[in-house]
Design a protein around this ligand. Structure first.
Ligand code: ADP
Ligand code: MG
Length: 238
């Protein structure tokens, strides 16, 4: 389980001015499921995701991973956390161009110290519905297929958390929905946190929706256990 406790993140901008990107944010996230973080541009979504993933550090507050607070983390603990625990997916795909799909996954495997066998790569490609794309150049893929390769690269670590920052931001709505279907499938086995500003997607795919405004959580809703009829406020029904 992963939690944030009273996170305050301040960015210094020029002339002594600063922006409070996150203002006392606390959340407990489950081990599985699909959590959406919604909010307008500038509300702190990416900052929240980066702190959850150990890519950035807060001025105040704690990141707690399986009961261990990052107050007790050394630099190597952050590195280990990022490289073994968390898979990142971004809007821009971040693939190695001029390489094939298989080579992209192979390099991600090597980076995480695993052996890039054809069998392992095929299995990972199958998880993102890219079976048979091993030898395709990434330049020749559609946006949706590129995003699938990016998810495949994130999966090589067998991450416990997938953090996806606007993964559908560059895609049309049908392709975006297909990517969310894939992430939803993966969320049966690990936690998937998706940053988005599209309420429609969240209403369809989320198990929980956290809304940020000006660096604060303004609502936190969970899907009712009984099915898909709606969301209820965490702890008390609306
Ligand atoms: P979102 O992802 O919801 O659009 P961000 O988390 O990127 O929002 O940004 C939250 C706030 O922090 C915004 O006001 C933004 O301008 C500011 N911010 C984000 N990153 C930086 C940075 N590296 N330096 C200065 N300000 C930043
Ligand atoms: Mg952002």
């Amino acid at each position: 389980m992963i939690s944030l406790k009273n996170i305050i993140k301040i960015y210094k901008i020029k002339k002594g001015k600063h922006v409070v990107a996150l203002n006392k944010v606390s959340i407990d996230l489950p081990d599985k499921g699909m959590v959406f973080v919604l909010g307008k541009s500038g509300s702190g979504k990416s900052t929240l995701l980066n702190i959850l993933g150990g890519l950035d550090r807060a001025e105040k507050g704690e990141l707690i991973v399986n009961g261990k607070s990052d107050r007790d983390f050394k630099q190597i603990d952050y590195d280990t956390y990022r490289s073994t625990y968390v898979g990142f997916v971004f809007q821009e795909y971040n693939l190695l161009r001029d390489y094939t799909v298989g080579q992209n996954v192979a390099m991600a495997l090597e980076l995480s110290g695993k052996k890039p066998t054809a069998d392992t790569i095929e299995k990972i490609l199958a998880e993102v519905d890219l079976s048979g794309y091993f030898d395709r150049k990434t330049d020749e893929l559609s946006g949706g297929q590129k995003q699938r390769v990016a998810i495949a690269r994130a999966l090589v670590k067998s991450p416990q958390i997938i953090l996806a920052d606007e993964p559908t931001g560059a895609l049309d709505s049908v392709t975006g929905a297909a990517i969310l279907e894939t992430l939803k499938k993966l969320s049966k086995k690990c936690l998937v946190v998706v940053v988005s500003h599209e309420l429609d997607y969240a209403a369809t795919y989320a198990d929980r929706i956290i809304e940020l405004s000006d660096g604060k959580i303004v609502s936190d809703l969970s899907k009712q256990d009984s099915g898909s009829e709606g969301f209820q406020k965490k702890d008390n029904i609306i």
